[in-house]
Design a binder for this molecule. Structure first.
Ligand code: KIV
Ligand code: ZN
Length: 564
């Protein structure tokens, strides 16, 4: 990079439009969408689509709801010509869908294009030529009058050919290519030349398509350009004003949104922003941005994953995992505070109310996505996400302080493994820490128990220090009796028990929080069994073992001999 880029790059001059209205407008309805996936998108692939892949993507575009689809460049490519013929000959164009075919401004190419669409009920023919100074000067060596002559000549030529086939409902689309880099007066003159040559009127519509062939300014500049054109184009009522943003500065979506506010009726783009260089504007993002503002985009993305997979298969380009709305990770939260907020948001969300889940701009269910991947656990995660997964995947609802305790255990594990932790791995960790006897000296291994009918006396069958023993205890219930049998100065602070699973698989999960006299803090233990009392006794042993493992307690069990 050079020290002073202003010596090499010039800012694009903003246009003088003091009374611009677009900044205070909102988008209240969907534009006419044109998918150029099969033309601009296809041109930008390492390996352009063959006819079969084009048919597959075309059918998906129709299913999504596109009413205008640019299907290719039939005069320039035999594949595109054959594809257009397949669509027409196999009657694959629904009555409410129009195909668009592109041609350069050359008589023979226009003729071949007209030939390609014979038999179609309707066709939009897209004629374009570059109008900006750099192209006039460097690429074509043409003066402005020569550019106008080119437009006039070729649009008139197309009109003559179209008039020979009145059975087809023709629409002309004229694009002053490189519009965003051109002088507005020159673009306007080129558009008016096309409008006049086509003989625009109530029954002879024209689409004027204004591209950021190369995005070269902040999106407000493009919006000003569009509002200026919107005001100057005549007869505006017979013109469909279209935009075709590219994404060289990464602001294609913003440019399209501002352009709609500035008067554009129609937007051309590609699914997931495929297209030349940094892509055409991403129609998925644009449409779903609209949806999150309460405006239906008139495109169906209720199975966004399905759309992404078809687009990936047809274009051989992956959808980025963080692609807005469609990426694999966009409904996933790793960070603890986000997980906590999302968990609370799901809990508070009224199923029929306005969507208000923190950190989720859209309900994943509206896109056919599940909540499965919303919360994932790695070293950045906190108790919210961990407990969310434990609850959703294993039916384990932990008390708040246990969530804190367990999340520290998870944190240590993910810090050392440096990897994400799945729901299954979380369960393994929970099981190892709370349900399985720890491998430490003095650990109590539970084999069984007998509870007297009065519920106040218990016999624990356990192994301690490799010695199988029967411990006797009594108290006002099985928990107090089990604590007594272990002979520990253990204070039970909290007990809860819940069912996990359902039907024959239902198990009781008992959770006990206990502290030891003379030891700071408390800890948790858990037991799981089909029998509630068994789960509770196991939870007592679990918490005793955990406290013991911390070095907090010494067992002075009440053995048979001791109590006899
Ligand atoms: O990007 C562009 O300028 C184009 C035109 C042909 C519309 O694709
Ligand atoms: Zn383009």
């Amino acid at each position: 990079m050079i020290a002073n880029p202003s010596q090499k790059y010039q800012p694009f001059a903003p246009i003088a439009l003091a009374d611009r209205t677009w900044p205070s407008r909102t988008i209240t309805q969907a534009p006419i969408w044109l998918s150029t996936d099969l033309r601009d998108g296809n041109q930008a692939l390492f390996e352009p689509m063959n006819v079969e892949r084009k048919i597959r993507l075309y059918k998906e575009l129709v299913r999504i709801g596109f009413k205008q689809i640019e299907v290719g460049f039939p005069a320039a490519s035999q594949t595109d010509f054959d594809f257009v013929r397949r669509l027409i000959d196999e009657d694959l164009i629904p009555d409410d869908v129009s195909i668009m075919v592109m041609t350069q401004s050359r008589e023979d190419l226009i003729d071949r294009t007209v030939e390609a669409v014979q038999g179609a009920k309707r066709a939009i023919v897209h004629i374009y030529n570059a109008v900006a100074p750099a192209w006039r000067k460097i690429v074509f060596n043409m003066s402005v009058p020569q550019v106008m002559e080119l437009v006039q000549h070729h649009v008139s030529h197309f009109k003559k050919r179209a008039d020979e086939h009145p059975e087809i409902e023709w629409t002309l689309q004229y694009s002053p290519e490189t519009f965003s880099s051109a002088e507005l007066e020159v673009s306007l003159q080129a558009c008016h030349t096309a409008i006049e040559a086509w003989g625009v009127g109530p029954d002879r519509k024209i689409i004027i398509n204004l591209p950021t062939t190369v995005e070269n300014a902040t999106p407000n500049v493009f919006a000003d350009q569009i509002e200026w054109m919107h005001r100057h184009l005549v007869p505006r009522e017979h013109i469909v004003l279209s935009v075709h943003p590219h994404n060289d500065r990464g602001t294609g979506v913003a440019a399209a949104e501002f352009a709609m506010m500035a008067g554009a009726d129609r937007v051309e783009g590609c699914l997931f922003g495929n297209g030349e260089r940094c892509g055409n504007v991403d129609i998925v993002t644009l449409a779903l941005n609209m949806y999150t503002q309460g405006v239906h985009p008139a495109l169906d993305f209720s199975d966004i994953n399905g759309v992404a997979r078809i687009a990936e298969e047809c274009t051989a380009l992956p959808v980025h995992p963080r692609h807005p709305y469609a990426g694999d990770l966009v409904f996933t939260a790793f960070s603890g505070s986000h997980q906590d907020a999302i968990k609370k948001g799901f809990g508070a969300q009224d199923p029929n109310g306005i969507w208000e889940v923190p950190y989720l701009p859209i309900d994943p269910a509206d896109l056919g996505r599940t909540y499965d991947s919303v919360i994932r656990v790695n070293s950045q995660s906190g108790k919210g996400g961990i407990s969310f997964l434990m609850e959703r995947e294993h039916g384990v609802v932990m008390p708040r302080r246990m969530q804190v305790e367990f999340s520290a255990i998870v944190q240590r594990e993910t810090d050392s493994s440096e990897s994400e932790m799945t729901g299954d791995a979380l369960w393994t960790l929970f099981d190892k820490n709370y349900l399985t006897t720890p491998a430490c000296a003095n650990a109590v291994v539970y084999h069984g128990h007998k509870l007297a009918e009065d519920g106040h006396h218990i016999e624990l069958d356990v192994t301690i220090n490799d010695e199988r023993q029967k411990l006797q205890g009594q108290g006002n219930g099985p928990i107090a009796a089990a604590v007594d049998a272990l002979g520990l100065p253990l204070r039970v602070d909290h007990y809860e028990e819940r069912a996990t699973g359902s039907g024959a698989n239902a198990q009781a999960l008992a959770i006990i929080e206990a502290a030891m006299d003379g030891t700071a803090g408390s800890t948790f233990g858990a037991g799981m069994s089909h029998n509630i009392v068994t789960a509770s006794v196991q939870a007592v042993i679990s918490v005793a073992n955990r406290l013991n493992a911390r070095g907090a307690g010494e067992f002075a069990p009440h053995t048979e001999a001791a109590t006899a």
